[in-house]
Ligand binder design. Sequence first.
Ligand code: AMP
Ligand code: MG
Length: 485
Amino acid sequence: MAAQVPGQPPVSEPKGRADAWTEERGTSDEGRQRLEAPRSRANEEELTSVEAHLAEILRTVRPLAPTALSLSDAHGLVLAEDVTASVPLPSFDNSAMDGYAVRVQDVAAASERTPVTLPVVAEVAAGDTGAYALPPGASIRIMTGAMLPHGTEAVVPVEWTDGGTSRVTVYGRAGVGHALRLTGDDAKAGEVLVGAGTRLKPMHIAVIAATGRSTVRVRPRPRVVVLSTGNELAEPGTPIVPGRIWDSNSFMIAAAAREAGCLAYRQSIVPDHPDEVLPAIEDQLVRADLMITTGGVSMGGEHDVVKAALRQLGTVTFRKVAMQPGMPQGFGTVALPPSAAPDGKTGRARRSLIGRMAERGEIAERAIGSAGGDQVPIFTLPGNPVSAYVSFQIFARPAIGALQAYGGLGLEATRAELTGPLRSPAGRRSFLRGVLDRGRGRIAPLTGQGSHQVATLGKANALIIVPEWVVQMAEGETADVLVLP
Ligand code: AMP
Ligand code: MG
């Protein structure tokens, strides 16, 4: 059974958790070491729970205004209206097969042994809008999708006939309605076919096109600007000396944002200088629905320039979140400064920047309108690559969903049996890198769980969640797992 261990108490009790990944699924505590020490006040003040931080993010982020886009541009975006059938689908009775339109009585006696021969009085192809009538005792050759001649009761598939053109011999009987597609058998006129809030997949695009719509109202693809900060950073492709590293975060986060359905712009590296950070952020605001920085937010004082620069705005909060990796988190909003107002000098310069960006298609009309006004949500993620990655998946992905009024961007949760033991710090929720074998329902914790260990991150396909009140888990236990996209 669970052993009581000294140390940091849990930040939140299991019952208080908003997420569903542990409670209802009957997690066994056997083999886990739990914390049962009383809560410490100092700790509660210091650490914010993952849920509380995420809740504040979701309270802040507002959905982007819907826009009408052509169907070809709407794939992957979130629908902002209900799409209804303007006409029944199908909109006219038609043939489901290539064959012969008949009255059932005329083929009632047809079989292999007693074939029936009928005259073929016409031929109707798909797209033929002419009005045909089927005389009794005759047949009309008909193609798939062609409108049914008046009086048709069934279509005899061509495979049951000799395929004749002026006369046809039929070797099988077809009952009423055979191989017919009747008006409205797929959808009634006025029926909601794709609901607001749906992320449009190819089949939804097909449905909308089939109702005759060429444009559809969707939330625009969120534009995410990614900045990495750090004097140690160099562009991949350039030489480095000891003491420097290549910037991996900004490429990773931009790719993760694209994977989450965004347009992502990566900006070049921002040095750790207090005067550089705010201008670099402000310069990008015109084309951002969301900004993400990495680095410069830890606890290290004057080198944490992102924290220092944004704190003075008063709209960005920096806190320690009870998680590992990813404890130092900053989130809030930024706006173009008053100096960038349209009548100011900077404003003119900035507006010409906006104009250039608009010409290159990097910003939309709405950005031009928003200069000086709109608040852009900003995440300041920690610099260690694993911390930045996990923070993006846990906090920024849902925020990207919120920009589109879409709740489905959280990572897929599952459970799997651990193939090895693991440890986790007291009072913090761990997101450990693992290799999930979905077929077998097992997950192997990776060796090398340091937040700097980007190479190990590259081997993972899932995160193992170890709750705040658990400090170790044994091989064979079942763990909550988030599947990485
Ligand atoms: P910081 O959060 O700025 O204190 O950085 C924490 C750690 O992450 C340091 O070891 C940094 O060198 C590293 N780091 C910061 N930014 C990046 C980046 N863009 N790519 C790779 N590593 C980074
Ligand atoms: Mg740094």
